[in-house]
Design a protein around this ligand. Structure first.
Ligand SMILES: [Zn+2]
Length: 254
């Protein structure tokens, strides 16, 4: 079951509970990590020792900037799950790609996201890794050791289990080449990262035009529509999109 962490700042963090333990998705700042720790502290019968996975939906600072802080509070065998392309960003082999549509898409979106910033730690990131701007790229490393990372996928697979409570990864490039969604078919829950955002007052989600590749955004969304049937879509920014038939039908594509 997915639990939104309401006080997580710029990006929305989620805690997934399952019989095997807990997973945390997108702890994007120091404030987000603090909010996740407080949230898990308030879950009946759960504690930080139950956290098995920390997952980033993509390698941007607002989704990874609190992973190290959180990891230090997790058991030694807790792993960070990252798309395999991120290995090349971290090693410096591939430059972090730049994004398009800054004027038309980034600034209006960022203004709406700032509504969720409640304290300075929501804007405190442990390192400057994951900033898609010239001059930042690969200069900064994420603040956790390589051996804590488990890279996802390979063999051209686009959908695969992660061995955690029936959750699967669906690779959804577009916002970034390394973007993933997490889907639970039985529970019909979809965590979609920054492919879809829900920051408007009409509570209908929208495809995110601030991206590396708009054509791939549309293609990934089409694949989700054809292969999943979520009752709840949990976006990287903003509020949950719910619909008992199919929450993806509420998403505006224009
Ligand atoms: Zn984001």
């Amino acid at each position: 079951m997915v639990h939104p962490v309401l006080d997580s700042g710029l990006a929305r963090s989620y805690v997934i509970s399952s019989p095997e333990g807990l997973a945390v998705v997108d702890p994007g700042s120091a404030g987000s990590a603090e909010a996740v720790i407080a949230f898990i502290g308030g879950m009946p019968g759960r504690e930080m020792a139950d956290v098995k996975w920390i997952v980033a939906t993509h390698f941007h600072i607002d989704h990874i900037g609190g992973i190290g802080i959180l990891l230090r509070r997790c058991p030694e065998d807790a792993k960070v799950l990252l798309h395999r392309k991120i290995r090349d960003y971290i090693s410096g082999k591939t430059p972090l790609p730049l994004l398009k549509n800054w004027l038309a898409a980034f600034f209006p979106t960022a203004a709406r996201c700032f509504r969720y910033v409640r304290r300075p730690s929501h804007l405190w990131f442990e390192s400057l890794a994951g900033i898609p701007l010239p001059g930042f790229g690969n200069r900064f490393r994420p603040p956790f050791r390589e051996e804590r990372i488990c890279y996802l996928g390979g063999d051209d697979r686009v959908r695969y289990g992660i061995g955690f409570g029936g959750w699967e990864v669906i690779e959804t490039p577009g916002h970034t080449e390394d973007s993933i969604c997490l889907y639970h078919q039985g529970r019909r829950e979809l965590i979609c990262g920054d492919l879809i955002l829900n920051l408007e007052t009409d509570s209908a989600g929208r495809l995110n035009r601030f991206c590396e590749n708009g054509v791939k955004v549309e293609k990934s969304f089409r694949i989700l529509c054809e292969t999943t049937l979520p009752r709840a879509v949990f976006p990287g920014h903003g509020e949950v999109i719910r619909d008992d038939e199919n929450a993806l039908l509420r998403v505006k594509t224009r």
